[in-house]
Design a protein around this ligand. Structure first.
Ligand SMILES: CC(=O)N[C@H]1[C@@H](OP(=O)(O)OP(=O)(O)OC[C@H]2O[C@@H](n3ccc(=O)[nH]c3=O)[C@H](O)[C@@H]2O)O[C@H](CO)[C@@H](O)[C@@H]1O
Ligand SMILES: C=C(OP(=O)(O)O)C(=O)O
Length: 422
């Protein structure tokens, strides 16, 4: 079992480069299944979700080659194999295999997705979309089997604003006959990124980034080259790391507009944030004020930053309330923060955080990806050493974490189990 150790109390300083977005990469890789040619992705993050997705495509028969942050995917010879178990259970975004395989082969058999356990994560809106396009669904081999003789465009109103359903429907619809309109679509930057790739492959998608997306189906999609947008959640996490240590850090290779809700909230709590064209500088201090946060779909405050900022708020003066409107029970990190000395009460879908508490290092567990980020924030602030297990969750979404944090002055290291010679 790998462990991360952090000796708290170091002020972070310097400049770091943000990697490509996990939530784009894990949609763009399966999107390449739709192309009758090579898809080259640049700025691909070095994270386990990307490694696993690459292996899934290889298992299907694709040729996938990685060279630094470039990934070449040739899916011309893939087969419509059932994928009930195994790697598809290791990440959430394996649900995109449903839309991509349905678009390419008119059928898909995919096990229910894994990913962070944040409470119930239904995919009824994905299913509603596939059915509206003419697909039928049933359980086979312990997985969801979806098939359609001919996908036909339709108007689909999403009952819930869903990133996954919006992208999955886009993937299938760009190979459907005629026009699909997705209403109440999610507006996350990653959706625009996927539409940009699909359009570069020859699709006809308009309106991505708004709540109405129009897709004119196309018979053939071809290869292309595309650079993945920066990871706004990784960037936001480093902004919180910087603020938590009272540091002075430039976070580079980002799109500051994607982080407006976090920047506004950090400023409200008295963190200095300076914006440049493709970077932000975060200058921390020791006089933070309590604030209230409500997570919402983009451009609202991202649920994926809720857990890390909860740790930061333990340092603010006064009582903060953080409400997660997307995942009502996304508070598994709180028990571990309590073990470090935090004073937080979870009430319904809110965490009530009493500020100005001194955290001390102890043994804690990352129960999911951003819970891990929250524990790193706490570890950086804490007195003494924090030992974090559950590191595989963190590795799903943070590329070169220790290297990046150490380059900013963090006292941090990883212990790997010694492999037995027998
Ligand atoms: C791989 C990926 O991109 N993951 C992100 C994606 O997850 P994911 O795509 O799974 O999240 P959704 O946007 O679909 O979920 C938003 C809300 O809608 C609900 N819902 C969703 C689909 C559905 O069919 N029915 C339904 O009720 C969910 O339970 C949740 O309450 O967006 C989340 C919300 O920004 C982020 O936390 C995840 O990091
Ligand atoms: C919840 C997350 O990821 P996933 O949807 O891939 O589990 C996340 O990135 O915070």
């Amino acid at each position: 079992m790998e462990k991360l150790f952090i000796r708290g109390g170091q002020k972070l300083a310097g400049r770091i480069q943000i990697s490509g977005a996990k939530n784009s990469a894990v949609a763009l890789i399966p999107a390449a299944i739709l192309a009758d040619g090579e898809v080259i992705l640049d700025n691909v993050p070095d994270i386990s979700d990307v490694h696993i997705y690459s292996e899934i495509l290889q298992d299907l028969g694709a040729v996938v080659e990685r060279d630094n942050d470039t990934l070449r995917i040739d899916s011309r010879h893939i087969e419509a194999k059932p994928m009930p178990n195994g790697k598809v259970k290791e990440l959430r975004a394996s649900y995109y295999l449903m839309g991509a395989m349905l678009g390419r082969f008119g059928q898909a058999t995919v096990g229910m997705p894994g990913g962070c356990n944040l409470g119930p994560r239904p995919i009824d809106q994905h299913i509603k979309g596939f059915e509206a396009l003419g697909a039928t669904l049933f359980h086979k081999h312990g997985a969801l089997h979806i098939e359609a003789k001919q996908l036909v465009g339709n108007k689909i109103f999403l009952d819930v604003v869903s990133v996954g359903a919006t992208i999955n429907i886009m993937l299938a619809a760009c190979r459907a006959k005629g026009k699909t309109v997705i209403e109440n679509a999610a507006k996350e930057p990653e959706i625009i990124d996927v539409a940009t790739l699909l359009n570069a492959m020859g699709a006809n998608i308009k309106g991505a980034g708004t709540d109405v997306i129009r897709i004119e189906g196309t018979k053939n999609l071809h290869g292309c080259r595309h650079s993945i947008i920066p990871d706004r959640i990784e960037a936001g996490t480093y902004m919180i790391f910087a603020a938590a240590t009272g540091g002075d850090v430039v976070i580079d290779n980002i799109i500051p507009r994607h982080l407006e809700s976090l920047i506004a909230k950090l400023r409200e709590m008295n963190v200095r944030v300076e914006e440049d064209d493709d970077a932000v500088r975060v200058i921390g201090n020791e006089k933070y004020e309590a604030i209230d946060i409500r997570t919402l779909p983009y451009p609202g405050f991202a649920t994926d930053l809720q857990q890390p900022i909860t740790s930061l708020l333990t340092a603010a003066s006064g009582t903060s309330i953080v409400t997660d409107n997307i995942y009502h029970t996304r508070f598994k990190h709180v028990d571990h923060l309590l073990n470090m000395g935090a004073k937080i009460k979870v009430e319904g879908r809110s965490a009530v955080i009493e500020g100005r508490t001194l955290l001390t290092g102890t043994r804690v567990t990352a129960t999911d990806l951003r819970a891990g980020a929250a524990l790193i924030v706490a570890g950086l602030m804490a007195e003494g050493v924090t030992e974090i297990t559950g590191v595989h969750h963190i590795d799903r979404g943070y590329a070169n974490l220790e290297e990046k944090l150490r380059s900013l002055g963090a006292d941090m290291w990883r212990e790997k189990p010694i492999k037995s010679a027998y």
